[in-house]
Design a protein around this ligand. Structure first.
Ligand SMILES: Nc1ncnc2c1ncn2[C@@H]1O[C@H](COP(=O)(O)OP(=O)(O)OP(=O)(O)O)[C@@H](O)[C@H]1O
Ligand SMILES: [Mg+2]
Length: 364
């Protein structure tokens, strides 16, 4: 069966005055897919979403929804549900009236409206708040109602602009799981904007990583995490160790890098186009590093040093090791026994060649 493309952005561009804020944006979103736009504040996420919704007109390129060119088509003709970044429900309407609003505009019968409002309230697990006013709800409940209101029109496309950003950490996580469940249940094509890596990783089929109005990478969460296309993507998506050095040579499918601190790092399946003598940067995620108390002679992918800091964070412990002039972060599962994490202790860090990422040093 061939794939159905619900949304297509072709070289989309947007500028405000002379300032280009979205550029050369190309993306195809399949029917039923959950795609996230992830990037730092100001990178153009809301602007791009607003072009898809029809609140902004592109200054270049084409936008297609279900194969139809949509440039210039007003939002209400696009059959989409949207939850805005700074959205408030209509304060003078009850929850049920808020949700029913879009259905009334569509001239749907009273009994139908009642049934559909009841159904989406069940879906977001808030059937008991139908008669309350927004100010009588918690922040999390309000966001769930905003989502219910977007879903009730049975949109062919759901657009969510940081719907969880104003909630505290625990509630965020709860609602995140709920969004995931909702998407699995109803399968509506969804575009979700966030600057939170974890949210994007946990919810998405694919992530579009954006930076300064450009797409840095499009890929599955695993691709983005394990095979980042750029240093920006790698560092934006999680904590990492960054060691500068230069290429010492090749060995089979391994690349050997000597760091400025004198460590020898072996990387498997690295970019073998890097030439001996070329400046390169090595990245190793903290959770890929092991700590041991035995300080056998230093070798490849092994650094002896001193434990500087350890912070117990419940399910894991974060350590900082000073070795060869490098400060190395290590993330240990708290179940790990073995090394006693006393600052000042001599320890050895080691990692696997498969877990090393190498990129040519950025110029400048
Ligand atoms: N109406 C406007 N007029 C002029 N500049 C604008 C306008 N709207 C947005 N911008 C600029 O466009 C850029 C992208 O803004 P956008 O709101 O898309 O960012 P964002 O990625 O959603 O950021 P955030 O995570 O902070 O919401 C920013 O530099 C912003 O200042
Ligand atoms: Mg925004």
């Amino acid at each position: 069966m061939s794939k159905v493309i619900d949304v297509e952005l072709r070289s989309l561009m947007k500028k405000f005055q002379n300032n280009i804020v979205v550029q050369d944006f190309n993306l195809q979103v399949e029917q039923g897919e959950f795609v996230s736009f992830l990037g730092p504040s100001g990178c153009g996420k809301t602007t791009t979403l607003n072009m898809i919704a029809g609140f902004l007109d592109p200054d270049g390129g084409d936008l297609l929804i279900k194969g139809q060119r949509m440039n210039g088509v007003p939002p209400y003709k696009r059959e989409l549900g949207m939850v805005f970044q700074t959205y408030s429900l209509f304060p003078h309407m009850t929850v049920a009236e808020n949700i029913a609003y879009g259905l009334k505009l569509r001239k749907i019968s009273k009994s139908q409206i009642q049934e559909r409002v009841g159904r989406v309230l069940d879906l977001v697990k808030l059937p008991h708040v139908a008669d309350r006013y927004p100010k009588q709800l918690s922040g999390g409940q309000r966001q769930r109602i905003a989502i219910a209101r977007a879903l009730v029109i049975e949109p062919s496309l759901l657009l969510l602009d940081e719907p969880l950003s104003n909630l505290d950490a625990k509630l965020r996580e709860e609602l995140r799981d709920e969004l995931k469940r909702l998407h699995q249940e109803i399968g509506v094509t969804t575009i979700f904007v966030t600057h939170d890596q974890e949210e994007a990783l946990s919810l998405s089929d694919r992530i579009v990583v954006m930076n300064h109005g450009f797409i840095e990478q499009i890929g599955t969460p695993k691709d983005i995490y394990n095979r980042p296309a750029s240093e920006f993507v790698h560092t934006f998506i999680g904590k990492t160790n960054r060691l500068e050095g230069e290429v010492a040579g090749h060995e089979g499918d391994s690349l050997i890098i000597q760091t400025i601190g004198g460590l020898l790092v072996e990387a498997k399946s690295a970019n073998l186009m890097l030439l001996p003598g070329q400046k390169a940067t090595v990245f190793i995620r903290p959770e890929k590093i092991r700590l041991s108390a035995d300080t056998a002679p230093e070798g490849r992918n092994r650094a002896n040093g001193q434990l500087k800091l350890s912070s117990f964070l419940g399910s894991y412990t974060e350590c900082e090791v000073q070795a060869n002039g490098h400060s190395i972060s290590v993330k240990l599962q708290t179940v790990d026994k073995g090394v006693e994490l006393v600052p000042g202790k001599a320890v050895s860090c080691s990692w696997d060649a498969e877990d090393v990422l190498v990129m040519p040093a950025e110029r400048g």
